[in-house]
Design a protein around this ligand. Structure first.
Ligand SMILES: [Zn+2]
Ligand SMILES: [Zn+2]
Length: 307
């Protein structure tokens, strides 16, 4: 099960009831935060989630509305007694930007590791999947992210018994380890059924609609996409500032065909996104206007009740 929460849905500046764009994913005791604008720690607190399990922080780009909340968040994590290292992922300049912000948050009891993105597409391995970063098109270097979880095949106890594999190795084989005992090698493939469908969540904000988003959001269980402007007439501003209109986001979803799309990163001039949704839903029916604090549990297909 993968929990996803939109901490904030505001672009550029926060409104009284709208924090800046950020999302958090929770899987197996690891939290992955994407973007951390000013107030993200407040949004997390409001949701009631601890900052302690945040093990990975991804930045789409270094505009203030996506990173200026980092010092406070780091202090919050320290206060929540985070001790394990934290991995930060972001475009070129990552270490310099983070270290400048850390001047005001120096007493951090955990190590920070950096993964600076250089290629157009990069995979960062997780225990049971990966984070895929992909270049998008904003007025500074900007990346979208997919969180991809694999689902191994079901453990076949009968096969393990037939092969005479000692019980103490079952768990290791189930977790992908190769076992050699008395000169005999056992591989996970020998005791695992066919791989099952995993989960994918794709997040793209601060960008024009580009092919890399369609490729990466293709078949996603959830696609979270920016919608800076509701009105079609604002297309020129969208082009100039390298953002998107709702219609453009809807067209991306239609082409990528995810199971569901949530819109986020609304311009401060948009008080309510809902009036624009009928137009969006005509293009892509399963689209929802994201709201602060909105969350969803994504289940693996074989976890769903009735399966
Ligand atoms: Zn932004
Ligand atoms: Zn931006």
């Amino acid at each position: 099960m993968l929990d996803i929460c939109l901490l904030g849905t505001g672009g550029m500046m926060p409104l009284p009831k709208r924090y800046l764009t950020s999302m958090i994913a929770r899987y197996n005791g690891l939290d992955i935060l994407i973007d951390c604008g000013e107030g993200t720690q407040m949004a997390l607190r409001k949701k009631g989630w601890s900052a302690n399990p945040i093990g990975i922080i991804c930045f789409t780009h270094y505009h203030a509305d996506h990173i200026s909340g980092l010092p406070g968040m780091l202090l919050n994590m320290a206060n929540a007694e985070r001790k394990d290292p934290v991995l930060m992922i972001g475009p070129k300049g990552l270490e310099r930007v983070v270290n400048s912000l850390r001047v005001i948050a120096q007493d951090i009891p955990f190590k920070i590791n950096f993964h600076e993105l250089k290629e157009d597409t990069e995979d960062i391995e997780l225990e049971e999947g990966r984070i895929r970063a992909f270049r998008v098109n904003h007025n500074v270097t900007c990346y979208g992210y997919s969180i991809i979880l694999d689902r191994k095949g079901r453990f076949d106890a009968e096969a393990a018994k037939r092969l005479g594999i000692d019980l103490k190795y079952w768990n290791k084989l189930q977790h992908g380890e190769v076992i050699t005992e008395n000169g005999v090698t056992y591989t996970p493939e020998m005791v695992l059924g066919p791989e099952r469908k995993g989960l994918k969540v794709t997040y793209a904000t601060d960008t024009r609609p580009v092919q890399s988003i369609i490729d990466n959001a293709s078949g996603a269980d959830l696609f979270i996409c920016e919608g800076m402007y509701g009105e079609d007439e604002k297309i020129e501003s969208a082009k100039e500032k390298k953002h998107m209109t709702f219609r453009e986001a809807a067209e991306l979803a239609r082409k990528a065909a995810p199971k569901e799309m949530w819109l986020t990163h609304y311009g401060p001039a948009m008080i309510r996104p809902e009036p624009f949704m009928p137009m969006v839903n005509r293009i892509f029916p399963n689209a929802v206007a994201g709201r602060d604090g909105m969350s969803k549990e994504l289940m693996f297909e074989d976890e769903k009740v009735g399966d």
